[in-house]
Design a protein around this ligand. Sequence first.
Ligand code: ADP
Length: 505
Amino acid sequence: MGVMFRSSFQLEKLREQSVVEATLALANERADRLDKRIIEQDNAVKSLLDVGRRKDFGDQWLEVAGIQTPTIRAVLLVDLSSSSREVVAFASRAPGVEDEHFRRLLVGNMFSDMKLGAPDSDELRHLHKTYKGQSYLVSHWEREVAGRTYLVVLWHDVPRVIHELFPSLYPESDQQSRVNVVDADGRIIYGPPLSRGGLTIGRQFETTLYKWSLNVTMTSAEELGAAVARRRIVEIALVSLSGLVVIAGVIVILVAAARERNLSNLKSDFVANVSHELKTPLSLVRMFGELLQSGRVESDEKRDQYLRIIVSESERLGALIENVLDFAKVERGKAAYEFVECRPAEVVLRAIEVCRLRAEQEGFAIHTNLATNLPSVQLDERSIEIAVINLVDNALKYAADGKQVTVSVREVDAFIEIRVADEGPGILPEERKRIFERFVRGKETAQKRTRGSGIGLALVKHIAEAHGGKAWVEPREPRGSTFLFTISTKNRQDWSPTPSPDVSA
Ligand code: ADP
């Protein structure tokens, strides 16, 4: 997971890097536009001027100035060889008092900033500076003519650069970027303030207006940034999700392992319980059998009693063995039911008869409440008998203090409902569903060491489901519980699974 996080952040870094590179390239291109445009004008003037002709110096330029060099306001020629560095020619597009101010500024202040007489002074150079609160841009170069050194000065009209050149170079309608120009103190000279959200790159103009800088925000970079942020959220979500999946997987494995352990514990309890259940009746049968065989029992009454014990214990043994065998079949998925059309009440009565003797011995009264006119249904007689015997047997075992068992059969919608009600201790709400699972026994039962194997109710449930019905338990007022199971009255082909009632209520 750490690796995924790292690679996601590396990807994002790369993306950010490419955004920075793209914006930088854009800023360079935009700044170069201005330098290029001004230098083009300077070169145009350079090709038109003839330093040797002082008289009509600049006339040729004036003819085309408006079209070819819109930001150049005046062209001046200075004789550097004269002691006072005299301005010998002055061609202005808009003659006026400002020309005189400029001339004075040039002679008084600008010469000292121009590094005159430097080795490369015959090349085109620029001076960009603020004098008395006003920004000036001049282009200049030196020329030797007839042994004298002249300086050519091109006075650029800075307000015109701002109001005409900038808007044409950096239109606000530009889809790709937003641009502004700021002075050395960061004051905006041209353009809108740029938002701090996106990536803004500032770059000084290299050659001409070098005191000023151009700021560029790539509009698409903002979108790219937002996309990167969105992508990042998605990636983090994906990584977290896969983490959750891993955790869920581990939990599932742990739960499955715990269940498996639980089941194997239940199975070994089951084996111990079944062995115990087999041993007790067997030893009784053997003990009373031996007593009878020895001929030492003289009274007929006693002999009768011993015989009854032998019969009832072997019945119990038989029932237990049948239960275990049936359950084993169910577990292997081999339980085969033989469905025959018959009357459910008769089957239930037969099962009750099997239990009656034992019930009487234990002081129990079994009441029956069988509806008349019940329809015949398709069922497997033996397994329905086993289900009823299991429920009545449980009532005798667990509801011994109530001494009353009522078995009822009635028709409810498309089902025959068989209920076995007792007046015993009842079942804890949290155990009502679980006791129908194989090998599961009630907590209190396990503590009291009541005989049993935990497969009776699982078998009942399976039998009910095999008959298109279900099995559950309901609490009784004031005490006791009612175990119910249903059999579908429809043809077997029409059985459809129905949801189990909420037994935890
Ligand atoms: P066994 O009776 O062999 O333990 P069952 O599957 O028949 O297995 O029953 C499961 C558990 O349900 C019992 O251990 C007992 O705790 C509980 N139980 C079943 N019938 C009753 C009842 N009539 N009254 C109270 N508890 C019962």
